[in-house]
Design a protein around this ligand. Sequence first.
Ligand code: GTP
Ligand code: MG
Length: 458
Amino acid sequence: MLFWKKSEEERKAEEGDKTAILSLIEKGKVKKAIQILEKFKDNPQLRPILFDLYLKEGKYYYAYQLLEGYDPNLGTAKERALVYAKAGQYKKAVEEYLKVGDFESLIHAGDLLYSMGEKEKALEVYQRALKLAPLLERQTLEEKIQKVKVDLGLVEVKKESFIDKLKKGLKKTKEAVEFGLLFRGRKVDEELFEELEERLIRADIGVKLTVKIVEELRKEAIRRNIKQAEELKDLLKGMLISYIKDCKGEIKQKDELVVYLFLGVNGSGKTTTIGKLAYRFVKEGKKTLLCAADTFRAAAIEQLEVWAQRSGADIVKKQEGSDPAAVVYEGLQKAVSEGYQRVLIDTAGRLHTKEPLIKELRKIKQTILRFVSEEDVETLLVLDATIGQNSISQAKVFKEAVDISGIILTKLDGTSKGGTVVPICQELKIPIKLLGLGEGLEDLQPFEPEAFVEELLS
Ligand SMILES: Nc1nc2c(ncn2[C@@H]2O[C@H](COP(=O)(O)OP(=O)(O)OP(=O)(O)O)[C@@H](O)[C@H]2O)c(=O)[nH]1
Ligand SMILES: [Mg+2]
């Protein structure tokens, strides 16, 4: 009976019955519905349904053909803009986005204009968007505007130095702990030690290490008869540097092919860091390829594509759900045959599926080793500084899967836990190779232990 009813419905749908078609869609038979609807493109009642389905299924090019061949008013202006953008019809996409005129659409329009080389128009649109910008989006947009102005030669570029970047990156930590103020003009007494202890913990240096440091400082203060807090600060500086100086690491570099494999939990900053590092490699004139081996989500692949565009690197990708190792294989085959010098591999970091994750990472690593030797692989673990010391236990899981040659600590700018560098270094004993100090392309900096401590305590 049920079977009969189903086919009856399908029969009705085949005849173009709207209710029957909608019911098919509701039951998840989207492919079938599309097949049927494609025969009724002339029907203005059914056409919008087809347009909707194309959008939902990500079939933008088909949706575009519907707009072009049948009705340019299908969907909302925002939807049409998306379709045009995806179909590479940037001019039309911009027109539609400008018609919508809300903040998000203006940003899309500005970005498209910028990528089309229409920088003056992009600037105009961004400035329109700035008037509508939500508070949280303002800064990013202002940076964009600044960049276009620089491109257009409207403002001079003031190049930020490494120290400026570090200062900016450690701003939150410094505001939260104010080591500088703590020592200024004070005498060494018990109260000072207690406050110091509390601040070191606040900076996430860790209780164990803090107790050890303060204990040592107490002894030294007595032994050397130190009365002025500033002197104690110098001791502390030396001590902290000694704890982290062996963790200074540098990213592997040479003229030939080097493969950088990025690991880390969701949201730790892998993809962003890949974008920043690729940007640097491209600027150095290295032929650079990104490899989208985070095949878990379509959005992850798209996100990497955006970074490929921004950095000027090439990209190898497959469909969502593909075997990550297969993407890596394809990427490295291309890299070797076309003479790439840098390959950066993005992976998915689903820590809650520990066993499959470990298996997947091992398989990827083995695939890499079919093309290059171990010494030409850099396995980088990306850790999020905002979670402080919790990252240490995460790191241990990844260490179980593959050997890690370096750590990249991201989002230092977004946390007051800048001191977490110290326990990470002490416990993991893996070189820290780069620091993420912001979301911009240039916000990836080397880890310089002395400068780091100097800045932290200043
Ligand atoms: N402030 C700041 N934000 C950062 C930094 N690095 C990454 N982010 C932000 O952190 C968020 C997550 O970064 P992603 O690069 O997408 O992280 P991911 O590890 O690739 O995440 P999954 O793909 O979900 O596994 C994004 O919003 C980034 O802009 C940094 O150094 N500073
Ligand atoms: Mg990612």
